[in-house]
Design a protein around this ligand. Sequence first.
Ligand code: GDD
Ligand code: MN
Length: 373
Amino acid sequence: MIQRQKPFGFTVQHAAPALSIVAPAYNERENIRPLVHAIAHAMGEMTWELIIVDDDSPDGTAREIAALAGEGAPVRCIRRVGRRGLASAVVEGVLAATSELIAVIDADLQHDETRLPVMLDLLKTTDVDLVIGSRHVAGGGVGEWNQHRQRMSRVATWIAHRLAGVRVSDPMSGFFAVRQSVVEATIYDLSQQGYKILLDILTASQRPLKVAEVGYVFRERHAGTSKLDVVVLIEYAFLLIDKLTRGLIPPRFVLFCAIGGLGLMCHIAVLDVAIGQGVSFLRAQGIATLCAMAFNYVLNNAITYRSARLKGVRFVLGYLVFSAVCSLGALANISVANLTLNEMGSWPLAGIAGALMSSVFNFGVATHFVWRP
Ligand code: GDD
Ligand code: MN
């Protein structure tokens, strides 16, 4: 192994490090340098590399990583453009790691990097597959969390225990160490939806994983802001749907249909108001259709296809294509409904068949032509 001392104080290695550390980051520029120093301090003489998976953060996170690498820090950046998502970022980082032993840690210093050597040691000296940094075992805690966040976390954990059947104390944790081969073995069964990559790995594995837990206290955030929002909660619901339907129904399709249902309500409401204002039925129906289409488009762009969200001119062009797709979908709806009515003679059945036809059509075509993955 060739070793060279750089002015920055990091030892440059030309062999796989003992630990590959993967950190997902979105708008964490100010946290990157303190994170690298904190890890260097915690790892001491042990060799490591840090892979930061940055979804093209507008705040210049990637530039900061490049600057640190230039100073000799063992850090590199995987930069994803036009995509978002914590879970998928972690998976890509894990696959790019050069060591078989991997730790996943947030880039915002809320996880406790001083636990990394203990986690690494457990992977090295025992046969555990996974070491989970847990807030709910001895030495762990949620720190400064307010009541609301604590309650939310408790409910999410309770659901994971009941619905997904996992037994670990903190399935919501984003801080863990794992063997690369364990992730590779589950790769085709991972949902990669939303935030909960640990829960995803635990439930995707074909064999029960051997797990160890290490307590840590969740720290307060000092710079930047949390990305946890309502959409992240919805994504959690969809991770669970994906698990419960064994991946048969794409969660995105469920979301697309749910928004379609809301769009229908929006349609009826606008129709009601317009007719109340004395507008003729045909004109009111036209206005309501346009409103519902815009409503569906905006919500799908913000939630369903959030990781491929369209902005600016592409948002406008996307709307035009989406409207065209929906118009074709409506034609498909009417044709199938008509056919079903003639064949089966039942109008409710015909209505459902038509709606199902247009939902599948709109979803399939919109996924490929409007929000290309
Ligand atoms: N690449 C990428 N893409 N990174 C992301 C994205 C994204 O879309 N969204 C969030 N991140 C990064 C953040 O920059 C941060 O480093 C880390 O993922 C966690 O995101 P936060 O937004 O800070 O999450 P949190 O502190 O509210 O949630 C934490 O608590 C959960 C348990 O309650 C995280 O530790 C989660 O991993 C954990 O599950
Ligand atoms: Mn955080």
